[in-house]
Ligand binder design. Sequence first.
Ligand code: ADP
Ligand code: MG
Length: 707
Amino acid sequence: MSAPYASPAKKTAPSAALQAMHKLGLVRDIDLALHLPLRYEDETRITLLRNARDGDTVQIEATVTQCEVQLRPRRMLKVTVDDGTGECVLTFFSFYPSQQKSMAVGAVLRIRGEVKGGFWGRQMLHPAFKAAGGELPQALTPVYPTAAGLPQPYLRRAIASAMQRVQLPETLPPGTPPPVMNYWGENGLQPLMGLREALHFLHHPTPDVALATLEDHSHPAWQRLKAEELLAQQLSQFRAKRERALLKAPVLRVPTPEPGTLTLVEQFLQQLPFGLTGAQQRVCREIAEDMARPLPMHRLLQGDVGSGKTVVAAMSAMVCIAAGWQCALMAPTEILAEQHFGKLVGWLEPILAPLGKKVAWLSGAQKKKERAAMLALVASGEAALVVGTHAVIQQQVEFHNLALAVIDEQHRFGVAQRLALRQKLAHAGLEPHLLMMSATPIPRTLAMSYYADLDVSVIDELPPGRTPIVTKVISDSRKDEVIARIGAQVAAGRQVYWVCPLIEESEALDLSNATATHTDLSEALPGVMVGLLHSRMPTAEKKAVMELFTAGIMGVLVSTTVIEVGVDVPNASLMVIEHAERFGLSQLHQLRGRVGRGAAASACVLLYSVNDNGRLSDTGKERLRAMAETNDGFEIARRDLEIRGPGEFLGARQSGDALLRFADLERDVALLEWARELAPTMLQRYPHLADLHIQRWLGAKSEFLKA
Ligand code: ADP
Ligand code: MG
């Protein structure tokens, strides 16, 4: 390799560069070896100036014919070079005297930069240069992702020397079959490239490679890296699951009743106003089986909005209570928790009361005295079920014997909060069972990767008698028609939600907007009770509004997104979302799920408004189209993942977790399947290789994944 181009910037102190490297997670040799180029520069060829076109980034060799400092319009160094086929002017606005000297007239230079063909002939601005001669490199020059204070040449040297030192023992067990890739010929089997070979190639590819296969990560060397990365992720998830299997949890079994009497669970089912759907019965069984085992359940209950997850939570709580233990249910918002509380009291208290047990309520907004009373109920065990917001996991809360924690809308909670809940179990050495519920279905590829450590139950059937929601996308210039439609719905005895968007820059603006809409609708709909709900309202006021709406007295509810999750008023049949283009796809789907909960035909109107240029953003358009095209939560989630990418999609769960750097879940599903199949047997039969592999890829980060 010839000497690298000198860095045009001033030399960075090595310690600063080292610090910047550590910040990027580049600590061990293996971290550096796995830090792969973003792109490459071709320094393997010299281009003749005659052949260099405007905009090309080229390497030339030419002789300096002129070198002078100009002072106007500002101080700059102008160097003219000639390679016998053409001329080019190099311009430097900042330069050292030493650089000026090395570009003296007569010097022969190797120069690399972007050619601009301006009025004054060919130019290069701040090109890299060094003395001509020396062998041309055989391989493409890597350009690495870097950070402030970490110059590319420094990083290149660090990676090259790490590559010399690094140990890369093969971690794939002997005889591991290669992944089946349908684009790899006949039977789709091609042995995976060796890791060292793949890494070496990716750092220094030969110039004959089809650059496109490096750019789109389809080259066999990339396949090996992506397969490795996915395997590391699967291994660490399966390992976390196995470690959890070593923990103990209370065995929750419903005691056999006296002959001729019903169990508590049977009594509960009997007094429900409806029978469970087949899907609800199945998931209840799955949960009950988990809880009857002495290991902590770690289960995600997935079901589209309105599929009836709450009653499954109630059933699970009933099993727990019947076995003599306490259950906690936590929801992300005050309104939702309140609503759960109301519902669960209705369903459970008739059964609990004869036993002298209660349902307790905990919330941040609670009065001190009431809270103290509730805390006492929880501590004594008189409260068999505790419902609330984050308040449930606060430090002062002491449970008598918590055995089951249910988290509704789990994606709203972070890892830290789940951990806090797990630590609430009083009985030393035992972990509570954990049931997480989510209406944001997790697309299959995500479930297989980031959520591989969870068991999943799916409610794939809606309660009977629902009519599908019709979704209309309408310009807000037709607001009047929409308001007329609201009038008709209310006249027919139905209820309507009107959602105003959150204006990110200003909560105040957000509220004034909702307030103005409330005034407008009140005026436009005389004789109809129009309510207003937003997050700044005092709890008591919110509660009063929700009660009027739930009771069917209030015809229209104007709200900010506080109603997004979980609110359940079956008589509501029309949902209007203003500025729908500003909402995320999952959020829109959640909002839409507030209607279509009863037997009446329901509709969702997505009002959009165009920006000053009369346009709608592409992603905004895509989201509205997805909403109009499908009601299926899984399909929505899949498209949402496509639009947003896994980082944002995963939100809180991923705080601290290692996201995939190279693999793309949608495109690399074959590799993911391969890793998923290999991981459990590898942990079982080659634990040493599995450890080595996880260490290689995750190092210190693997601790996070256990939460
Ligand atoms: P989500 O899954 O979105 O949390 P909910 O638990 O709020 O859904 O249920 C939506 C509505 O469906 C509620 O009014 C609930 O009482 C009702 N429901 C749930 N299960 C059934 C069923 N098996 N038959 C009839 N209605 C049901
Ligand atoms: Mg719900």
